[in-house]
Design a binder for this molecule. Structure first.
Ligand SMILES: [Zn+2]
Ligand SMILES: [Zn+2]
Length: 286
């Protein structure tokens, strides 16, 4: 694996300030064959049909580990597509997170009323991560025999290489580094940093949020979503090419929903390895 566990991105969690349960997954993810199989079928499933969309809104997507894993599996394993990169792009990811950003921004902007939940309750997931749920299913051992063939094992090795994810994170590092959640960032002194940049976990830990902060976070999420729409379009046959602000948008969106563990890990590994992306992992693809 490229890099080491030393450096600022290395702690197992960014659970500081007594925020018990605020776990930020830290790379390398080391996904299991079964996780890759589940996520690959999730990507190819009807994730945006009406009932699935409602479930994913309620649960705010997946747990932090599987949110990053979902992006990694799509970015690493998507071989051919429209747009300048011709694959290795987070296409399903941006479609899902456009929807979830809008859902959370709308919730945060709602007026307080006696009839509804408090506006910042939108930050609290209802329902489990469906990948965790499927992994825990008692039916799984039988399925595993049938589906986890050698192809999935090869795909797992490829996904765990993090080659394309690393390139995305390092190319866009100058833009996203100043937008990391202060609660997730080990470089930020406790209590410092702009609360508007908090991820959903660090925001939720500070409920009830002042009204001004709620609206400022909603505006930030809509701004990310605006850039991400252009990125989604750029991955289709008719979309215009985009620049680094758009290329950074999905990392910011996922940072909000899953914490910043993986980009911080990859940035720390980049510091260890020098400025160029480490390409030694490409050998895994043969
Ligand atoms: Zn999960
Ligand atoms: Zn955070």
């Amino acid at each position: 694996m490229a890099g080491t566990r030393s450096g600022p991105g290395s702690p197992e969690t960014s659970d500081r300030g007594g925020l018990t349960g605020v776990l930020v997954p830290v790379g390398p993810l080391e996904l299991s064959v079964e996780e890759v199989r589940q996520l690959w079928s999730f990507i190819h499933g009807d994730i945006m049909d009406g009932s699935m969309r409602r479930l994913l809104r309620a649960s705010l997507g997946l747990c932090p580990r599987h949110t990053w894993a979902y992006a990694v599996v799509e970015v690493e394993l998507w071989q051919a597509g429209a747009g300048s990169r011709g694959g290795h792009q987070p296409f399903d990811v941006t479609i899902l997170y456009e929807d979830l950003l809008e859902h959370v921004a709308d919730g945060l902007d709602r007026k307080t009323s006696l009839l509804h939940r408090h506006p910042d309750d939108v930050l609290l997931p209802v329902g489990p991560c469906r990948i965790c749920e499927d992994m825990a299913s008692p039916d799984l051992p039988g399925l595993r025999m049938g589906y986890a063939n050698s192809n999935t094992e090869a795909l797992t090795v490829e996904a765990n290489g993090l080659v394309h994810t690393t390139v995305w994170c390092r190319e866009t590092l100058p833009l996203w580094r100043g937008r990391v959640c202060p609660g997730c960032d080990p470089g930020t002194p406790e209590g410092a940093g702009d609360p508007v940049l908090f991820c959903r976990f660090h925001l939720a830990a500070r409920r009830p949020l002042p009204e001004q902060l709620r609206h400022a976070v909603a505006a930030r999420l809509r701004e990310i979503r605006g850039r991400m729409r252009h990125l989604t379009d750029s991955m289709t046959d008719y979309g215009a090419p985009v620049g680094s602000e758009e290329n950074t948008s999905w990392i910011e969106a996922i940072g909000f929903f899953a914490g910043w563990g993986l980009p911080l890990y990859l940035a720390a590994a980049a510091t260890d390895a020098g400025p160029e992306p480490d390409t030694t992992e490409t050998g895994r693809r043969n």
